[in-house]
Structures are given as structure tokens and as C-alpha cells.
Design a protein around this ligand. Sequence first.
Ligand code: SF4
Length: 750
Amino acid sequence: MLFGRRKRKPIVIPEKKVAEWKYTTCNYCSTGCSIEIGLDDTGKLVTSRGHAGADVNRGKLCIKGLLEHELFESPGRGTQPLMRDKFHEEFKPTDWDTAMDTTATKIKEIQDKYGRDSFAVVSTGQLLTEEFYTLGKLVRGQIGTNNYDGNTTLCMASAVSGYKRSFGADGAPGCYGDFEHTDCLMAFGSNLPEQHPIIYWRLKEAKEKRNFPLIVVDPRVTMLAQFADIHLPITPGTDCVLINSMLHVMFKEGLEDRAYLEAHCNNLEELEALVTQDKWAPEHAQKECGIDEDRIRTVARLYAKAGTAMSIWTMGINQSTHGSDGVANINNLNLCTGNIGKPGGTSLSITGQCNAMGTREWSSCSGLPGYRALENENDRDTIADFWKIDPEFFPKQRGLCQTDIFPAIETGEIKGLWLVATNPMTSMPNTPRIRKAMEKLEFLVVQDCYEDVETNQYSHVYFPASVWAEKEGCHTNTERRVNLIRNAMPAYADSKPDFWIFKEMAKRFTERNDIHFPETPEGAFEEMKELSKLPGNYGQQRNLDISGMSYDKIEAARGIQWPYREVDAEGNSTNGSKLKGQHDLKGDPRLYSDAIFPTPNGKANLILVDFVNNNEQPCDEYPFWLNSGRVVEHFHTRTRTGKIGNCNKFSPTPYMEMNPDAAEELGIKHQEYVRLTSRRGDAVVMVQLTQRVARNAVFIPFHFHDCVNRLTLGLLDPYSRQPAFKQCSARIEKIDQAEAARINAERRTF
Ligand code: SF4
């Protein structure tokens, strides 16, 4: 009982006086929630609400979505283009023509002097898909550098690589609706309640209606692990050992789906020979992965015997030196149990950024638009023909990934860089090294909504971009659902939509290739639709088919999943392939339901995953595992959420989760500041004592500038080039509390 309860003041929700609601899609995470933003009768945005008719979020939003309308006029927004000769000089305001002419001239000078690939472009997962397509057209078709990538290399590259190796193409085969059908769910390195709160709510609701075992694999007792039926606190970076051992149990006990494997998979004999080796027997594997033999057997049997079973994963798998292998091995688990393309049976990568999928599909970062590859002559010819340029203008293989571009700046191979909506000074591992690389650039252009983004310290030209609903276009979410952002507001001050910036920049490169650029995002969407209905390389259907969509249909459906094919009057697909077309406003919720994969023989590939432990390990000098991840209030480098009052108020400062036993040994108390040091650098953080982390492990949110990424390791996965953010070692030292508190207070001002 609470005394004085009757005296409490009633809660008053002030009336917002909304005159008009506009449809849009959240611009933070990949869940893809439909939002309506409310404008008052002066046209000012006053509130946001979840769209009750949207299948994804069914009226709900997390804290970030609920406060998203506050970011339009938040501090630090760029108001006009800026320029300076040297990065240590003061910026001078300029006009768009001058800023763009200067940028185009500098790009050409650098390319003429050092070669076309000496200028690099790094994009993001935050733009709208039509903007990605237009940037790709500009970079691949006109600027012509092969060193073009997105910051998605930091979060989703291993998922892309694993999907391509296993199934022949990117694209998540499942959907959120699978939670409502599955009989067993295994989550690897995924803390949904903080990362993707609305997906978590969908999972929780499905589990409450129809209980099924939830198994969570995570070294930390995350919120999702607390909610799990079985938590496997794995030794960091050893997920491949656990999965191989589970496969060992399945094959030894005859629990695999042999009929599915024989009919639809390559490399069965080879995989069986590998995983039945004695070293993967649970009694041996337990020593490497830290999960006891009995648990491994229990989980393997539970998963294999479930009517349908599904796996989800996030950065705990992807951000590793063997992230791509981890993804491929999760796919192995699902292929071996016949759990692909079934309701409740799937391999569902939970993507990070709102439009990470859109950049994967249409940006041309790792290839050419529509999941086409630079390495494939037919793909090069198709796009060159469509853009009306010489196919020889395209490189014949992919250039450097983002994580290789910065080392190439260090060595002088790359002299100029264009960063679009990404902030490597905070997001890259080993940021002291990135800072030195930025200082070496002859020319840097930063395009961002926020002038105070940390990386702008090093730019020569700054392009102020418009945010989210100041623009129009699409996102694709984790489950392949294309959703729409309607233009709700005019661009802030003299900022411009990214689409406009790319289109205008293209006019300055016409002497290389005079390509047609549509005037509107919808015009670009029409081009993407045309490209999406052309046949795939092996005669199979092209799954990434959006030809039946339109902006109006997408808004009416509150998002449509691809494939969604254009149909003729008889209801047949217009791409000539005898495929059924969709008549209503629903695309296909699942891929590979027919067990036909986009590989040369139409079968999925079982990938042989052996394990070499190349992680940085705790040692006498650096005795703690260092792990990083999200908090629910913030998104990525806090460029936006750090300016939103309530997000910042609930999560104002970097902190470090530390086990109380370990703290006692070092004489450290709750809420004291400590210095954490690794082989790369150091950071000062406030200690939060908790049993969530093991005695030899610590955890720090990754959102804060000059914090955990001063320490993280830049080792890369050999396939995806994604960094191993989550497995490195560090030591903890006591420091002067007064000085640390002063620095912390200084950094919290915004
Ligand atoms: S869950 Fe993701 S998409 Fe939904 S409101 Fe929150 S941040 Fe936006």
C-alpha cells in the first residue's frame, strides 16, 4: 500500500491540438514501425503516434519513435552549406552552387592526379531507398570510384555475406509473423527489448498466446535472456562451436531432416563428415564454448524435434572475426532441420538501421542495384544498358569496404572522401586510429542533417541535409517490408533532401556519362520497379521484385513485403515467368517456401564452418572481456537522440556494467568513475555494478563519443569485412573522481 495515494496530483496529458496527421515510417531502427506525425494548424509538428492499422507495430512505438517529431528543430541542425580550405580553420557559410562546384572540382582533381579509386564514398543505412539508388547511380555511373561502401559494414555485412553464401542471395527469408507459428525460437546475440522493442513486443505477445521454448545465447544476462526459458551464457565469440556441436548431436542421433537435405541442399556429405568429428562432440565443445555438455544436447534435441523452429540474431553474431561463418552456420542449423520458408521455421537476421535493407537492395555499395554483382557480366550489361552507359565503365569486382577505406587513407591510397549520414569518429572501432586517418585527407565532404556531428571536425565542405519526413521515399524493414515516408514538412532552413543533393551533383559529372536522373523520388522508384522485374541469373524468379508496388498502394497497406509482382489482367506476373502475381496488398511473407534457391542448381549451400579462435583474449595485462551494445533510449552515435530531452535524460552518460565480485577485488564501488584501457586506447566511464555480466566481463553502450570505440578492436571478418566490436580485452583502473566527474558533466551538455 502507498500512503498518501489519494493526495497525488492527477496526470494531465496536455492537448496537442493536432490539425492534420501525416503518414510516415520511423527513421531509427529496422523494425519499420508506421508512424503518424501530427501537425497543428500552423504546420508545426507537435506529436507522433503509432499507426494502429500497421501490421508491424499495431499502434505501438518505442521511446525513440514516440519522440521522433522533436528532432526537426533540435540543436545542431545544419542550416546552410559551409566551406573552409583546411580543417583546422573556421567554416565560412556559402551557397549550394559554390559548395557543389567546389566538391565536384576537388573530386575530379584528386581522381585526375591519383586515379579514379583515390576518392571514396561512404554512405549509411539511414537514407531513403530512392536516395540510395540515386547515390549509387552517381557513384557507379559517373564518379566511377570503386571504393564506395556503406556504414552497414559495421552492423549487417556478416548477415548479407552469410545469406549469400548459404542461399545464393541476400534477403531475410522470414518475417515477424513467424513468431506466431514457431515451436522453438533460438536468439543469438540479440537483445530485442533494447535494440528492437517493438519486435520484442511481437515476440512476447506470440509467446504469451502460445507458449514455446525461447533459448537465448548471449554472454551477458540481457533483458531478453532474463525472459528466456533457457539462457546459454556462451564464451564470447564461440557461437560456431556451439552450433557445430548441436549439429553433431543432430547427425549422431538421426535428428536431421534428411529428406529436405538430400532434395534441396549442396554439400551434405561434407558437412556431415565435418560436424560428426569427435572435436565437436558436446563433451569436447563445452570446454571451448563454455556451455555444458548436457545443455548442448538438450538444446540440440529441442530444436531438432520441434515441429518448426526459427533463429534470430543481431550484432552478437555479426560483429565478430567469424560473423559470416556464424550466420552461415545458423543457416546450416535451419537447413538441417528443414526450417527454411515455413511458417515458424526460418533464419531471420534482425537488421540494425531503419533502411539497412534498402541500402543492401538498391545502393550499389557492394555491387549494382537490385542484388546484382559487379563480378557478373550479365548484371553489368543489364545496368549499363538501363542507364545507357558503356559496361566497361563499371569495375569487374567490388572495391574496398568501409573498414578497409580508413586504413587505405592511412597508407595514402585514398586522398578524398565523401561521408553521407555516417559518423565514423564515434562509430568505427579504434577511433584514435580513425582520427589520425581523417587528418590525412586532402578533401573531406560531410553530408549530414547535423552540423555538430563529430566527424564534421575534419571536413572541408559540409552539406546540410534534410531529415526523414522533410523528404519522401521508402524504407525496407527487417522482414522485407517496403514502407513509405510522406513528405510532411518543408526542408529546415537551407538544408536539402539527400535525393536533391545527389541529383544536382550528377549534373556536374555529365562529361563522364550523361545519365538521366529522375526529378522526383517517385520517378527513381519507378526505375527500381523496372529493374526489379527483369529475370534473375539462373533462370529462377527474382525475389527482390517490387514491380507491383506504388506509393499509394504502400501507404494503403501500411507497408508491403517483397516479392510483390506486377500482374496483367489475367493475374499473371508481367515479367514473363509464369509466376503468380499478387492481387491484394500483401507480398510474400516468406522466401524459399518452394525450396528453390537462387544458386546455379537451385539448391541451398551447406557451408563448412571450422573454428579458429582468433579473438583477442583476456590475459594478465588486460583481464576483462569488453562487450558493447545498445540502450533503448539511444540510436547509434546519438547524433539525433542525444538532442532529444527525454532520451538524453533517461540515458545521459556512458556507463560500464561490472560484476560486484570483480569490483570488490579492485576496490571499486557502484557509480564510481574508472579508466578502462585496451591495447588501442582508454576511456573513462561510470561503473554500474550488476550480476548481468560475468566476473571477467564488462559491458559499455556503444552510443557515446570518445568512449568504448576508443578501445574496441578493428580485426575484420574475412568475408564481410565487419569488425569484431564485441570481443576484445581491457583492464580497469581507479582514477581521480573529481576530475572524471568534471569531464563527464562537461560532455553531457548539449
Ligand atoms: S522499434 Fe524501431 S522502428 Fe519502432 S518506434 Fe522504436 S526505433 Fe522506431
